[in-house]
Design a protein around this ligand. Structure first.
Ligand SMILES: Nc1ncnc2c1ncn2[C@@H]1O[C@H](COP(=O)(O)OP(=O)(O)OP(=O)(O)O)[C@@H](O)[C@H]1O
Length: 365
């Protein structure tokens, strides 16, 4: 079992502290993710752990041993790091770059043995980069380079892997692929992984522990369930409460909040496309009647000027129907996004609203 722990670590530049009292811990088989706004200090922490930056204070432990007294060559057998920065290379193929991950194990001349090349090939296969491995590394796309840099770190064969925004340049397919690989490396190869991520929905899915970097300190450390609840993450990033849904990690634009012009009868997720369209057109609207467990409720809260809603799992009451009808009278037009089959016995209220929209001559298709 390997463990990396920082004790009152102080990180910063030119002896000026940026973040103090960094107390983080990650053990084999676990993923620790650093989140926080741009410039918060996530990369600075990672670079200090891997010694690319000088520690200002505190101690980093590898197992029981303080890293303060360890040689760089021993550290690089325990820690590998994937950076976002561009590696300056001279006419190296992708495979050469990955192979440089084996240098801590080769002799003075950097000659790789058969087993080293096997590890290189295995790592390249893991990130699905066989097709580009023989190309000039400098001429690769950011995403291709990012995958090869991960392969380089993997074949370094360390117990601890650090990744600075490993998915920033990747398309959706490769993002999922890399994150699945990160979980696999933790689960099957028992690696301890520390990474920084900007994609909060992904951080929520892959992390065992999340550390929130804010200002000059680590503001909170907890499980994804603990961090992604209430309005904590919104506060961390300085966005409004409705701009982020902590349950799904989804982000929302904000809609026009002035006097509503359109009433949208929705439910069961059917309203989302209409809400987004009205937001793009900057048209203030009312969304209703939604139950708070309706799929579109978080979008409605962010984009609608008003939401007529009922608690989750409670039947819609007369008071909400009356409220909705009042809004319909005030709006210029009503649209209904619910398909015919949605007017089941549990949705009588919205059927009544649809009838009312027709009756007052405001239903537009
Ligand atoms: N070489 C440097 N010298 C001095 N200050 C630096 C240096 N590099 C970064 N900083 C500063 O340190 C702070 C933290 O930067 P860092 O790159 O660690 O943030 P981050 O959380 O990784 O940000 P991002 O999410 O934008 O990547 C920033 O204010 C940055 O300007």
């Amino acid at each position: 079992m390997m463990e990396l722990r920082t004790e009152n670590l102080v990180v910063g530049y030119d002896k000026t502290p940026l973040i103090k009292d960094v107390n983080l811990k990650v053990v084999s088989g676990q993923v620790l993710t650093l989140i926080g706004p741009n410039g918060a200090g996530k990369s600075t922490i990672l670079k200090t752990i891997t010694r690319q930056l000088k520690r200002i204070g505190g101690t980093i432990y590898l197992g029981q041993e303080s890293m303060n007294n360890m040689r760089d060559s021993d550290v690089s057998k325990s820690l590998s790091m994937v950076m976002t920065e561009r590696l300056q290379t001279e006419l190296l193929t992708g495979r050469d770059v990955v192979a440089s991950g084996r240098y801590p194990y080769t002799g003075r001349f950097g000659i790789l043995a058969k087993e080293d090349w096997e590890k290189v090939d295995e790592a390249i296969a893991l990130v699905h980069a066989q097709d580009v491995q023989d190309q000039d590394f400098r001429k690769m796309s950011d995403g291709q380079r990012q995958r090869l840099m991960l392969a380089r770190a993997i074949c370094q064969d360390t117990d601890i892997l650090l990744l600075d925004e490993p998915t920033s340049y990747l398309d959706m397919g490769f993002k999922l692929d890399i994150l699945a690989n990160i979980r696999m490396l933790a689960r099957e190869r028992n690696l301890a992984i520390i990474m920084s991520l900007h994609e909060l929905d992904l951080a929520q899915k892959v992390s065992d522990t999340i550390a929130c970097v804010k200002g000059d300190h680590i503001d909170r450390i907890g499980t994804p369930e603990e961090i992604f609840s209430g309005d904590y993450v919104q506060q961390l990033y300085g966005v409004t409460e409705t701009a982020f849904d902590p349950v799904t990690g989804e982000v929302f634009l904000q809609g026009a909040k002035s006097e509503p012009k359109v009433f949208v009868i929705g439910g069961g997720g059917s309203g989302i496309a209409a809400y987004n369209r009205l937001q793009r057109e900057n048209v203030p609207f009312v969304a209703g009647i939604l139950q708070k467990n309706d799929l579109e409720y978080p979008t409605a809260r962010a984009l609608a000027a008003e939401v007529v809603s009922q608690k989750a799992f409670y039947p819609i009451e007369k008071a909400q129907i009356e409220e909705a009808k009042k809004w319909m009278e005030q709006c210029e037009t009503c649209i209904c996004t619910l398909p015919m089959e949605a007017f089941g016995p549990l949705n009588e209220a919205n059927r009544e609203l649809l009838e009312y929209a027709k009756e007052i001559g405001k239903l537009s298709m």
